[in-house]
Design a protein around this ligand. Structure first.
Ligand code: AVJ
Length: 345
């Protein structure tokens, strides 16, 4: 089931910022730009991506302050079901979630941006020993710690600043704890097959044998419904997509004319994924950091993959990374799935 072209892509969104707990901290100023990545990383990725015959921009650059706010708006759209349905599934399985967190368990969240869902879990998991958010952004971690610390004052919050697509150590304080991972939002869908397997395998190494992982995965469904979720009539997704170019103008002094690029979302049946592009409306030239990039009319910049799985397909993928299925929950309309996996073959 593994595509050749997917196999070669071994890693999840390589970033210049390998901030394991032992890495040298970068200075505060560069670290605070966007989602913890300095502008020069954006500049380098943008120039590399626009220099390829098939142009692309890595989707992790969506999430500067503006992009994060736009994504929040997307999650409130009637057409964008994933956030709403995943939250419902978690709420509907509160007792089973609580049972996953026996006394002495540490909850380890991959990313720290999903406040409502995290708080839903923490409210149910009353016997947790610690909450460990892992994120590349120190600012996001400080916010999460303040917010969680306020509402759950008895719960030790032990943030880890680092890139969870790389080897990473958990805090010594949770050495004796059972580990329960949490990776909501179908973020796994951003990765190609090979990258997704590599990330899941890395999470297994981080959490250790016997650990459990709660992971949200968007399901395959009617193509019209998928397309509506990624090309909403209110134009929020278009604005989110175009923010990549707006960000380049703001941060790098690029001169993209936002009116001359169109948002596009298509469904690729073979790979089971939504592809987002920005499409040049006419022949044009854009300057980024002193470099000129030509666009033909209709030429596209690829900006995001969002893979959709059926339950069996996701089980196969997780199995390749050394995870066994323990449980899977879906909503009555079968729009979204939440899996519980166990580390070990
Ligand atoms: C945050 C990656 C899950 O793929 O649905 C929403 C991002 N892109 N609308 C997704 C997104 C366009 C989202 N994920």
């Amino acid at each position: 089931m593994i595509d050749e072209d997917d196999r070669t892509a071994a890693r999840f969104e390589p970033s210049d910022a390998d901030l394991g707990p032992d890495a040298e901290p970068r200075d505060e100023e560069t670290r605070e730009q966007g989602r913890g990545e300095p502008s020069d990383a954006f500049a380098a990725a943008l120039i590399a991506g626009l220099s390829m015959p098939a142009k692309s921009i890595p989707c992790r650059f969506f999430y500067d302050a503006t992009g994060s706010a736009l994504f929040e708006r997307i999650t409130e759209l009637p057409e964008y079901y994933p956030t709403r349905i995943e939250t419902e599934i978690l709420a509907d399985h509160a007792d089973e979630l609580a049972a996953l967190a026996r006394p002495g368990t540490a909850l380890i969240e991959f990313g720290s941006g999903s406040s409502t869902k995290t708080e839903l879990l923490l409210a149910r998991m009353t016997d947790l020993s610690a909450y460990v958010p892992i994120d590349i952004s120190g600012a996001a971690l400080r916010e999460a710690k303040a917010r969680i610390g306020e509402r759950f004052s008895d719960l030790p919050v032990l943030p880890v600043e680092g890139d969870f697509s790389r080897p990473l150590h958990l805090p010594a304080q949770i050495e004796e704890c059972a580990r329960l991972g949490f990776f909501p939002g179908s973020t796994i869908g951003n990765l190609r097959q090979g990258e997704a397997i590599a990330l899941l395998a890395n999470m297994r190494r981080i959490l250790g044998e016997g650990a459990r992982l709660i992971i949200g995965v968007d399901l395959k469904k009617d193509v019209r419904q998928l397309l509506a979720a990624y090309d909403d009539p209110a134009g929020a997704t278009a604005e989110f997509n175009l923010n990549l170019l707006a960000r380049a103008n703001r941060e790098l002094g690029a001169n993209f004319d936002l009116k001359q690029f169109a948002h596009s979302a298509t469904y690729d049946v073979r790979h089971g994924r939504i592809d987002m592009h920005l499409v040049s409306r006419r022949p044009q030239t854009v300057t980024v950091c002193g470099r000129r990039f030509g666009f033909l009319e209709g030429e596209r910049i690829h900006t995001e993959h969002s893979h959709k799985y059926d339950i069996e397909g996701f089980h196969t993928l997780a199995g390749e990374a050394g995870w066994r299925p323990q449980a899977v929950w879906v909503d009555p309309e079968r729009l979204f799935s939440v899996h519980v996996l166990v580390a070990g073959r």
